[in-house]
Ligand binder design. Structure first.
Ligand code: ADP
Ligand code: MG
Length: 271
């Protein structure tokens, strides 16, 4: 057995609460005249690995940020694991309730720009939320963090601070930090797009490992089309606030139904 089997096992959920893990129903989001999401309907099944592709500015990050409660929808219902995260009726304003706060704990996110605390060590970055949000003892949080840092290959760098690490290492710390909260849902927002090309592989390897060995639900926004094709159960092509088409990776990449998808794929992958 691989030494990581135990920690990977802890990332699996004890019992799936709902067949549909993520649901957006009739979600609108606009900034002024910029209608970013238009009546978005979108579901992800428990354990499903879904990649979102689509042009820049089409609202992909907004979808993830609404799930992280970093943005509020203008209208619509968003649930995670069957529990309401947002329920905004027309004419009302989104309100963060106790339910919102409890539900968002099920979700972890890895950002394009790592978002680590630069003045804290790697270990401190990973134990911070489990101690302050989950109420773990420092000892328990540290044990969990060390196992996760070993999983992402960074145990030796525990005492370093993020600026002492490469971008690829920082992004792997960010993944460990998100996993330390034992989320049921992991969101990745173009996790390799800020990296030098030679550092992309080490980050994709960690994500691949999580995708193939855990039952976490994963939602990945990426321009790494080959990777999306390899690890996804389903690919969703998104543009101008709506889902253009969705299906198994082979279908979307090899025989897309919509012109918009075909043009987008040609533009990202011209060879
Ligand atoms: N906080 C904000 N204030 C105003 N406009 C925003 C904000 N966040 C995103 N936008 C706009 O919403 C649109 C969608 O953005 P985003 O979700 O980041 O797209 P993507 O991730 O697909 O590139 C863009 O036009 C962007 O400029
Ligand atoms: Mg984005």
């Amino acid at each position: 057995m691989s030494p990581h089997t135990d920690i990977l096992h802890t990332l699996n959920s004890p019992e799936p609460s709902s067949d549909i893990e993520i649901s957006f129903a009739g979600v609108d989001k606009a900034w002024g005249d910029n209608h970013v999401l238009r009546g978005l309907d979108f579901e992800v099944k428990a354990g499903e690995k879904v990649s979102i592709i689509g042009p820049s500015g089409s609202g992909k990050t907004t979808i993830l940020r609404i799930l992280m409660t970093l943005e509020t929808p203008d209208v619509g219902l968003v649930t995670v694991g069957g529990d309401t995260l947002w329920n905004v009726k027309p004419g009302e304003k989104a309100r963060e309730t106790k339910q919102t706060i409890a539900t968002r704990r099920k979700v972890g996110m890895v950002f394009q720009q790592f978002n680590l605390f630069p003045h804290m060590t790697v270990l401190e970055n990973v134990i911070e939320a489990p101690i302050h949000v989950l109420g773990l003892s420092k000892k328990d949080a540290t044990e969990r963090a060390v196992d996760l840092l070993e999983l992402v290959g960074l145990k030796e760098h525990m005492k370093h601070t993020p600026p002492e690490l490469s971008g690829g290492q920082q992004q792997r710390v960010a993944i460990a930090r998100a996993l330390a909260m034992r989320p049921r849902v992991m969101l990745f927002d173009e996790p390799t797009s800020a990296l030098d090309p030679e550092l992309i592989g080490e980050v994709l390897n960690v994500i691949r490992r999580l995708a193939t060995t855990t039952d976490m639900t994963m939602l990945l926004v990426t321009h790494e089309m080959r990777f999306a094709q390899e690890i996804s159960d389903r690919v969703v092509m998104f543009d101008k606030g709506v889902v253009v088409e969705a299906g198994p990776p082979d279908q979307i990449f090899k025989s897309p139904e919509h012109d918009r998808t075909r043009k987008f794929l040609e533009a990202v992958n011209p060879y």
